[in-house]
Design a protein around this ligand. Sequence first.
Ligand SMILES: *Cc1c(COP(=O)(O)O)cnc(C)c1O
Length: 367
Amino acid sequence: MNYKVELIDLRARYAEERKKILKILDTTLKRGNLILTPELEDLENKISRYTGSKFCLGLNSGTDALMMSLWACGIKKNDEVITSSLSFVASAGSIAHLGAKPIFVDVNDDLNINPDLIESCITKKTKAILPVHWTGRMCDMDKISKIAKKHNLIIIEDAAQGMGSFYKGRHAGSYSKVAAFSAHPLKNLNGIGDSGFITTNSKDIYEKIKLYRNHGLAGRDVVKIFGVNSRMDVVNAQIIKFRLTKLKTIIKKRKMNVQLYKKYLKTNKVKIIPDKKYESNSYVMFITICENRDGLKKYLEKHKIQSLVYYGTPLHKHIASKQYNIKSNLKNSELLSSKVLALPHHQNIKKNDIIYVCKKINEFYEK
Ligand SMILES: *Cc1c(COP(=O)(O)O)cnc(C)c1O
């Protein structure tokens, strides 16, 4: 499909950054040292400074970051970990990969885990809560922290979409023992391939993951534990370092996009989730709640506007979740997954494109 307006346009971004990216590639490849170099450490320090955490480690992906965070917190076979039922599969998959059981909790109308439903899901086996900051909007971390404290549970944030997100003035990752971030090409702070990182204030967690990401090697020939290979490569590290300097501007532009949508959408059939006073959403995605979602999506498609459903299937409804025999009813997740639609939204989108999208949406509901 040749779209007039794309959901996310990475080619436009490349066109903007081409010179700089090619220069980074050239200098990095000329140097020839590509794995676990001081350049990676430099990026880790810069991310720590940005997020206000003591430590950061660059990894292969956000999924690995989640898995290693859970592992480093001691999550193991038969433990239960509470998470949101409306997320990307990795939030649950990382729990399942350690042999633990994801316990899905229903979401609020803001698409984030409903903290008021968490306590009733806590059992003797519950070890941790894994809140997901969906679309870059942070969960209600005050309530979640209180519950975790009361029941002696660890919090691990799925901050895959949380770079540049704040809750009551504190950056994503500040409310947990360890937080997992993604630098996948579709996130706000992104590499040119898969990559991710963790942040933590715990030296112990930092040391564990540092070993684990690099085969458990404490020296060239000293294996302390059996680990994996999950290191952010230096080309990605250098590009992410460059893009970190632009992150504030990018988020500003993304917030402006949302303001434009608010201004030009003239229908009450498309609900824009309001921002709370104390949150600063980084708007990795712009997801709206639409009446007749599938009809609207088709109509936009006809007018060469790309939109995407994130996601039509809540996590507990996937084939992979059948093993858990989930009986609880997660009504809001099920209802909202039939209404969510992400609209074109990225830092290179033109104002006129947003106006065009709004016009077509208004038109669809007027008919
Ligand atoms: C992107 C994403 C992940 C996975 O990150 P990858 O870097 O793609 O492995 C996990 N959780 C959420 C909420 C995400 O959006």
